[in-house]
Write a protein that binds this ligand. Structure first.
Ligand SMILES: O=P(O)(O)OC[C@@H](O)[C@@H](O)c1c[nH]c2ccccc12
Length: 250
């Protein structure tokens, strides 16, 4: 679609909803509930849950924000899924995709996203700077995904990035370890809201992550592997409410 048409979309000039603010809300769950039908490691997870009922249910359950996979090949998503979620929800929506060029940033805004993901493993620091600044100029927030201290050190540029996400999934062998987040937490400067991504399924894990400074928790499979993902989300929100309150963010 030509850029001019993207810019004429209903959502292009709409006010963004801040993912940062929703994650930092007092008494909030910090959950970023993800809608994904399949994944490269598992194949199909859920072919049938409708995006309307699932995303509305996630938010009614007490999630802080939504993440919508728009990649078709690996995750079975499409742009229309995000726009559908947008029509049903006022919360922050993260567009989850493999962003490599500026067009995808404009596209994210035009389909109704509030935030985009930039993956340090596949982008140079210069690309992160250019793509992140463009996103911010459109009012989108930027979640930078890292796996280790080296990626963090070279890519976490405050002019281009709002939140740092640590992916617990090793992209080479798909193995999961919460230790990735636990070990990297202290190295992430406090100006970024800290998000832990992947392989999280219990309130106990979220309690541990909160203790080291995480305020956002991105969960996909733990919800989507259920026929009614939103019910699994509601159950987890209840358990999170019983955890000790996180310390006030510095
Ligand atoms: O389903 P999980 O293990 O809860 O993970 C969710 C999310 O972190 C994962 O989907 C993800 C993290 N980074 C990504 C980058 C692209 C696509 C997907 C992802």
């Amino acid at each position: 679609m030509p850029v001019k048409l993207l810019e004429s979309s209903l959502y292009f000039n709409s006010l963004p909803v801040s993912l940062r603010q929703y994650l930092l809300r007092e008494n909030g769950s910090g959950l970023i509930a993800e809608f994904k039908r399949k994944s490269p490691s598992k194949g199909w997870i859920n072919q049938y849950a409708p995006v309307e009922r699932t995303t509305l249910g996630y938010m009614q359950a007490g999630a802080a924000a939504l993440s919508i996979l728009t990649d078709t090949e690996f995750f079975g998503g499409k742009n229309e899924d995000l726009t559908t979620a947008r029509r049903f929800n006022f919360c922050p929506i993260l567009r989850k995709d493999f962003v490599v060029d500026e067009y995808q940033i404009l596209e994210a805004k035009s389909i109704g996203a509030d935030a985009v993901l930039l993956i340090a493993a596949v982008l140079t620091p210069e690309e992160i700077n250019t793509l992140g600044r463009l996103a911010k100029s459109l009012g989108l927030e930027v979640l930078l995904e890292v796996h280790d201290g080296e990626e963090l050190a070279r890519s976490a540029n405050a002019d281009a990035v709002d939140l740092v996400g640590v992916n617990n999934r090793n992209l080479h062998d798909f193995s999961l370890s919460l230790d990735t987040s636990l070990q990297l937490a202290a190295a992430i400067p406090n100006e970024f809201v800290k998000v832990s991504e992947s392989g999280i399924s219990s309130a106990a894990a979220i309690g541990q992550l909160r203790e080291v400074g995480y305020r956002g928790f991105l969960l996909g499979e733990a919800f989507m592997r259920n026929a009614r993902p939103e019910r699994a989300c509601a159950a987890l929100v209840q358990e999170i409410a019983a955890l000790p309150k996180p310390a006030v963010a510095s």
